[in-house]
Design a binder for this molecule. Structure first.
Ligand code: 5GP
Ligand code: MN
Length: 327
């Protein structure tokens, strides 16, 4: 935290980048940090390789988010990205090698690629940004507080994930006191699904399959086109599948427009899908992880299902051994 603070205090121009196919924590943390540093007199470029999802277009500053790689900024900050490839087309090896990188993230699979790695296993990256801004004594205004609360609320699914403690609720109170409206955020972020998302859910739910304790569905380009869905639409479906009784792991396989398959996974209490995601070139958290794999749908599905089944068996055995030792 202190070295991140020193780098940021010394810089005049800062480049901040979040990951591809951005979610609420990526966009909220990006804007929160960018607006906060501006209040301290810095010039900030805020960047994301993919467009900002429409549901976040109430946040101040969203239109300024650019898809350009860094130019002459002195410091690069990466947000919510467990590895540097998550920056997509913003990542230019030559530029990134020539200046300090502050890696701000909360994923257990983070590869520690930064000059400074501000990686903490908290429910959201927004919390790390919040702590950093406080350390920098940046003023907390309504816009910054709203952006950070969007990050916190989206990554905790409205404070419902198992990693939520009183700490997150205390931060929410502070942000609300600074002017953020939890009512507006939940309304604008969770109660505004486009009809194309409902269409996609319909298609995907009609094709749900189950093998033992694993449930999955597949979304192909045909469904995406038929529903007129954007690349990141319907990504909360996987959490819904994971809420099924008797299901320990839920997976949504989605064919991307480049033909690769995006794999989104959720695990029930006591299970871990992050190791499989990491092994397959992705990353994430124990209970929410993902990866993107080249290949045909059926082949990718069998590969992932095989790895998941093996991982679940290993985890069940480890637990049994632990229980035997304990008992
Ligand atoms: P989601 O399933 O919501 O897309 O992602 C769940 C978690 O896994 C997120 O924290 C996200 O950052 C991570 N994740 C998803 N896809 C990838 C991927 O292709 N690579 C990496 N490194 N992480 C991913
Ligand atoms: Mn996050």
């Amino acid at each position: 935290m202190n070295s991140a603070k020193r780098y940021l205090q010394a810089a005049q121009m800062v480049y901040i980048a979040c990951h591809i196919i951005p979610d609420g924590d990526a966009i909220g943390s990006l804007l929160g940090l960018g607006l906060g540093l501006r209040r301290l007199g810095k010039s900030c470029t805020m960047a994301c390789a993919d467009p900002v999802p429409a549901k976040f277009n109430f946040l101040t500053g969203w239109q300024e988010i650019t898809a350009q790689p860094p130019k002459n900024e002195e410091v690069i900050v990466t947000i919510d990205s467990s590895d540097i490839e998550r920056l997509g087309s913003l990542y230019d090896e030559h530029i990134f090698r020539s200046r300090p990188i502050i890696n701000i993230d909360h994923h257990v699979t983070n590869t520690r690629f930064g000059t400074v790695n501000l990686v903490q296993l908290l429910p959201s990256t927004a919390e790390i940004v919040y702590a950093l801004l406080r350390r920098l004594q940046a003023p907390l205004d309504k816009d910054i507080a709203t952006a950070l609360l969007v990050g916190l609320v989206t990554d905790t699914q409205c404070f419902r994930t198992s990693n939520v403690t009183a700490k997150q609720l205390r931060m929410a109170i502070a942000l609300m006191k600074a002017g953020a409206s939890l009512t507006d955020i939940t309304e604008l972020v969770f109660n505004r699904e486009p009809i194309s998302t409902i269409c996609l859910w319909g298609q995907a739910l009609a094709h749900v399959q189950r093998r033992g304790r694993v449930m999955w569905t597949e979304i192909d380009q045909h469904m995406m086109r038929k529903c007129g869905a954007a690349p990141n639409e319907g990504n909360s479906l996987v959490s819904f599948l994971a809420s099924t009784m008797g299901v320990d792991v839920a997976i949504v396989f989605r064919e991307k427009d480049d033909g690769r398959i995006e794999v989104s996974m959720r695990a029930g209490h006591g299970w871990d899908v992050s190791e499989v995601a990491l092994k397959l070139g992705g990353g994430g958290h124990p209970r929410a992880a993902g990866c993107t794999i080249a290949g045909k749908m059926a082949k990718v599905r069998e590969l992932v299902l095989g790895e998941i089944e093996a991982a679940l068996q290993k985890q069940a055995m480890a637990r049994e051994e632990q229980n035997a030792e304990g008992g």
